[in-house]
Write a protein that binds this ligand. Structure first.
Ligand code: HEM
Length: 481
């Protein structure tokens, strides 16, 4: 029997999903959890037969969902260390394999590729049509050379649970082994290093210093249980049906599934961000009875304080857990958490229901699965701007146009979302080239209906250095090549 993708809260050992999960790649339903990674971008140079043979051979190394679960168990019980591997292909990669077009994953953005800025996509709420080209407002002049070259696929290698230096050294060796296996078939376009950064509580953080990866859709009952310990889910149900992230693999059999991958290298200007927050804090303080500091101003940008405390819940940090059981019902006018804040733009938790009378299921269907990792220096207070630091943003979804592109275009970049005058997401909003974004409105005191709203422009501290759309196919497809 083929797996039912409408289901929520399943377990990996569910008998109905054994066939599907033996073929579904890992890192989709649950993060692989390793702290060190290499992203090996390659392009094919061989003929399609040689390319297929190499992929079929390398697929033996790819970690399935079931195998990831086994590895996790063996790590817990015996401290066994396992290399984790994902393999993904761009649409150009499918072409180079000689796969017939009807077996290509059908997503329009995937087929166009991220460098294509001319194909129009429908990014309005479902039902309305206003096709837009370059919906992300990307500027290829900012991209690194590697991403401008033809990328046919990427192998993600990850290791953790051992000393950092050892993990890095072993990963280097794995990259060399992989490269050797490609001889005459594919060449490495470039290798991107990634590493998890942690705060003193060992929580994952990004380069601006905020706890990251707190809110993600949850597919497994065991993960929902974890969420329960962090405040329950009475005000935000993190569970999501499998079809948020899994789609039938057009190249496989009835139990073969894959997912679409959005990869974006996002450079972060740490000094610029915190310097601008100082100015924002001073501006707010001038108009407020209380003194506002940069940390508070940062929470107004992100929607959470550095320790993860949602600013819609309280006006200062201090939650001791990674709290996710909240919505904006008690902050319908954005007086506590501004509508433009990153977390509110990317997951409005009911704002579109209130604002547009849109069904909650539609808003929830936009959710993406974030599996990114940081890159570059670990210095969180560099003394110059635009250092080698940022996020290797990786999102997984069943539909790139309706999920990631919609989120970036119709929510983050849209100054009129969720209301006229809201402004762009101050973290990741991208304006059209040559069109400076309008100022956002910032509340001068927390939650007060009488508090003045100050206009202040905050943007431009995250730069896209490149990226690509991929499909992560089933192992059945890879092995049948
Ligand atoms: C949440 C940082 C890029 C989508 C967050 C959080 C932080 C953060 C600190 C709050 C913690 C959490 O809930 O996990 C960043 C940084 C980025 C970046 C520094 C770039 C360098 C993006 C992009 C998107 C995105 C490009 C998609 C367009 C999300 C989503 C959430 C989130 C969906 C969860 C919101 C929620 O459910 O409450 N991000 N992010 N992020 N971000 Fe980002």
């Amino acid at each position: 029997m083929s797996a039912n993708l409408n289901q929520t809260n399943i377990e990996i050992d569910d008998p109905n999903f054994q066939q599907a999960f033996s073929q579904l790649q890992g890192n989709i339903l649950k993060g692989h959890g390793r702290d060190h990674s290499r992203h090996v971008f390659f392009s094919f140079v061989g003929d399609s037969t040689a390319n297929r043979q190499w992929l079929a051979q390398i697929s033996n190394q790819v970690t399935s969902t079931l195998e990831q679960q086994n590895q996790q168990q063996r790590f817990k019980e015996k401290n066994e260390i396992h290399l984790f591997t994902n393999l993904m292909l761009s649409c150009h990669g499918y072409k180079q394999l000689g796969i017939e077009q009807e077996k290509w994953p059908s997503d329009k953005a995937f087929q166009a590729g991220m460098k294509d800025l001319t194909t129009p996509f429908d990014t309005l709420p479902r039902g309305d049509h206003n096709p837009t080209a370059n919906p992300l407002n990307d500027d290829l002049e900012q991209w690194e050379n590697g991403f401008l070259r033809q990328i046919d696929g990427m192998v993600l290698l990850a290791l953790g649970g051992i000393d950092s230096a050892q993990a890095e050294q072993q990963l280097e060796q794995e990259v060399q082994k992989l490269q050797a296996s490609m001889a005459g078939v594919a060449e490495v376009v470039f290798v991107q290093k990634g590493h998890v950064m942690r705060n003193d509580k060992q929580q994952v953080i990004e380069h601006f210093g905020f706890v990251d990866g707190v809110s993600n859709p949850k597919f497994l009952f065991s993960e929902l249980n974890e969420e329960f310990k962090n405040g329950g889910y009475s005000r935000n149900d993190p569970s999501a049906p499998l079809n948020t992230v899994m789609v039938p693999d057009p190249g496989g059999n009835a139990d073969s599934f894959g997912t679409y991958v959005v990869y974006r290298k996002l450079q972060q200007n740490i000094k610029g961000f915190w310097d601008r927050l100082d100015i924002l804090a001073n501006t707010l303080s001038e108009n407020s009875p209380t003194n506002v500091d940069a940390e508070y101003a940062g929470a107004l940008c992100v929607g959470r304080f550095k320790d993860g405390t949602p600013i819609s819940e309280q006006g200062n940090d201090g939650w001791s857990n990674l709290f996710n059981n909240f919505n904006y019902d008690d902050d319908a006018d954005g007086l506590k958490c501004p509508f433009h804040s990153h977390a509110r733009k990317t997951n409005p938790r009911g704002d579109t229901v209130r604002q547009f009378n849109s069904p909650p299921t539609i808003e929830r269907s936009r959710r993406i699965v974030r599996r990114g990792i940081s890159f570059g220096s670990t210095d969180l207070a560099p003394n110059k701007e635009w250092t080698d630091a940022g996020l290797l943003f990786i999102s997984l979804q069943a539909d790139i146009v309706d999920q990631f592109i919609f989120m970036q275009n119709t929510w983050c970049n849209n100054e009129g979302f969720v209301r006229q005058g809201t402004g762009m997401d101050p973290l990741v909003g991208q304006a059209k080239k040559g069109q400076p974004p309008a100022a956002q409105k910032w509340p001068t005191s927390w939650g007060s209906p009488n508090a003045e709203q100050v206009d202040f422009s905050f943007s431009g501290f995250v730069k896209t250095l490149g990226g690509e759309y991929f499909f992560m196919p089933s192992l059945q497809f890879l092995r049948s090549l």
